[in-house]
Design a protein around this ligand. Sequence first.
Ligand code: C5P
Length: 213
Amino acid sequence: ERPIIVAIDGPAAAGKGTLARRVADALGLAYLDTGSLYRAVGLKVLEAGQDPDDADAAVSASKTLTVDDLARPGLRGEGVADAASRVSAIRAVREALLAFQRHFAHSPPNGLRGAVLDGRDIGTVVCPEACAKLFVTATTEERARRRHEELRARGEAPTFEAVLREMEARDARDAARAAAPLRSAEDAHVLDTSNMDVDSALRTALWVVRSRC
Ligand code: C5P
C-alpha cells in the first residue's frame, strides 16, 4: 500500500507549521518540519564558529546531523533562521538532506500510514509524487506581524521593522537561489491565510487531502 504523502510549502511564517501539524494529527499521519533540518545545520555551523556561506563547513555539518539535533531549543531564533537560509542555498547541503526526507515520507515512523512534510520544496523536489500539495502564503506584512509576536512571546524583543526586513531578505534569498527555489508546484492548492484563522485553514487543507489522496 502506498503511503499518503501531504506536501505543504510556502514562505516563512505563513502558517505552514501549525497547519501541517494539525493536518497530521487529524489524519493520524507522521509530521516532519523540514525547516528544522536546515536550522540544525545552520546552528551547528554557527556553534563551530564557521560561516554559513562556507560550503565545506555546511556540508560536513549536514552529514553529521542526527535526529536529536532536530529538537534542540536554540533552533527557533532569528540568527539561526538566517544561517538556515544561507546553508539551504548550497546544493550539496540540500542533496545530503534529501534521502532522510524521502525515507521519512515513504516509510513513516511508528507504522503510520503516511506523512505530512512542510518546507519550501516538498511538492517540487522532495516528494513531487505527493498525493496532496498545498502552497500556504500570506502577505509579507501579516507574516512579519505573526513572526514578531512569536519572537516576543519567547522573550526576544526585535522591532517590527527589523523582523519585516529580515523576513524580506530571507524570502528573496529562498526564491532567488538556483537550488530548489521557493515556488508553488503546478498541482498545488494555493491557500492564502492572510485573513484566515487556523480552523478555516485546517478545514480547507483537510478537504484538499480527502479529495486528492
Ligand atoms: O521553515 P523554516 O523557516 O524553519 O526554514 C528555515 C530556512 O530553511 C528557510 O528560510 C529556507 O531557507 C530553508 N528551507 C529550505 N527548504 C525546506 C525547508 C526550509 O530551503 N524544505
